[in-house]
Design a protein around this ligand. Structure first.
Ligand code: DAH
Length: 369
């Protein structure tokens, strides 16, 4: 036998030799076994069984072999591709099964689980603050008194020394019931409850009256035609402005924090004499933001004080209208808006949030009882 004539004898291309085919098959099988999910298996399929995979290339080269060698090479490559195909199919099956089991587990719905059919709402913060305020006065021995929302003009205005020509009586502010000369209005403040109390009770009187009041304002971010106030009244022998100031300071401390004080600024109300605007020391900065542009206070606009309400000594004319002798008795009174109090206490910027009754607004205030 002559030595191989290497320049004549066909040489099997290396991709087709047995070792290369085996190596390609083993690499493919290892990669298939290592594919951790269907996504990875897809990439492995392209790499090891796709058109450009080593075994596909080897398959393509079979045609270039001498006819005698084709059958054997074809068998070898065919078997290798069959093994890879088989491995891919079984790994695919395994991974699909794993995925299905996982999805079933992850998406399990426990139909026996309890759920909230009737979610509890939230108490409206107006109700809560109203009760809190009333509680503070109850602890000082005050009564909590109610009055009608549909009120006579006499209680709402005349008895409070708001004469017939007083601008507050005009149709621009007041909702009249039926006609403007019906003598019946929706109360524009809680002050008529003072009158009703003094008409039916002899001093000493200590009462607060929280409630709804009405004015002909359009609803916007800072106005609402229906809002709430709390009224306070104390009538006894020897009541002075010092009692008023001490009471308001205590109220402010109880509601906003230890050590807070109030400030009175001279003002005018027909039903009090003297009268004062009531300011609350800012409970956030306590005045430290005043003149300190580096540390502005949003709550008091760096004023140090927040306008809170009105107050004063009950006008002797009001006492007299209620049959109380101003030579024997004196009294103090105060009133403030609850929406306004809530707004600065909680940083609420739009009044409409308080009237719309959306549970998403009320719930964050908690279920304070
Ligand atoms: N009634 C006043 C108002 O609605 C508030 C008020 C001011 C009430 C002074 C008072 C008071 O009792 O003394 O604007």
């Amino acid at each position: 036998m002559s030595a191989p004539n290497s320049s004549y004898d066909p040489v099997a291309p290396s991709a087709l030799d047995e070792a290369a085919v085996r190596a390609a098959t083993e690499t493919a099988e290892a990669a298939i076994a290592a594919a951790a999910d269907l996504e990875q298996l897809k990439a492995v399929r392209i790499e090891h069984a796709g058109d450009r995979s080593p075994l596909a290339l080897a398959n393509r080269e079979i045609g270039s072999l001498a006819p005698a060698a084709r059958a054997e090479a074809g068998k070898r490559v065919g078997a290798a591709r069959g093994r890879v195909k088989q491995a891919l199919a079984s790994r695919q099956h395994e991974l699909e099964k794993e995925r299905d089991e996982r999805v079933l587990l992850e998406e399990t719905v426990d139909v026996t689980m309890d759920y909230d059919r009737d979610p509890v709402g939230g108490r409206h913060p107006l109700t809560t603050i109203q009760e809190r305020m009333a509680d503070i006065f109850v602890s000082m021995g005050y009564d909590v008194v109610d009055g009608p929302e549909v009120e006579s003009e006499w209680h709402n205005f005349d008895a409070l020394n708001l004469g017939p020509d007083h601008p507050a009586r005009s149709m621009q502010d007041t909702f009249f019931v039926e006609s403007p000369d019906s003598g019946v209005v929706l109360r524009t403040h809680t002050s008529p409850v003072q009158i009703r109390t003094m008409l039916t009770q002899q001093p000493p009187i200590h009462m607060v009256a929280p409630g709804r009041v009405f004015r002909t304002d359009e609803l916007d971010a800072t106005h609402t035609p229906v809002f709430s106030q709390i009224e306070g009244l104390a009538v006894d022998r020897g009541i002075t402005m010092a009692h008023l100031k001490g009471t308001l300071d205590h109220f402010a401390e109880q509601l906003f924090g230890e050590g807070l004080v109030t400030r009175l600024r001279p003002s005018y109300f027909p039903f009090t004499e003297p009268s004062a605007e009531l300011d609350l020391q800012c409970f956030v900065c306590r005045g430290s933001s005043v003149g300190d542009p580096d540390h502005p206070c949003r709550t008091c606009s760096s004023e140090g004080w927040i306008e809170w309400g009105g107050c004063g000594m009950v006008n002797p004319r009001v006492l007299r209208a209620c049959g109380i002798d101003p030579d024997e008795y004196s009294g103090f009174a105060f009133g403030m808006g609850l929406e306004r109090t809530l707004m600065f206490r909680h940083g609420i910027t739009d009044m409409r949030d308080m009237v719309e009754g959306d549970v998403r607004f009320t719930v964050p205030f908690g279920l304070e009882l």
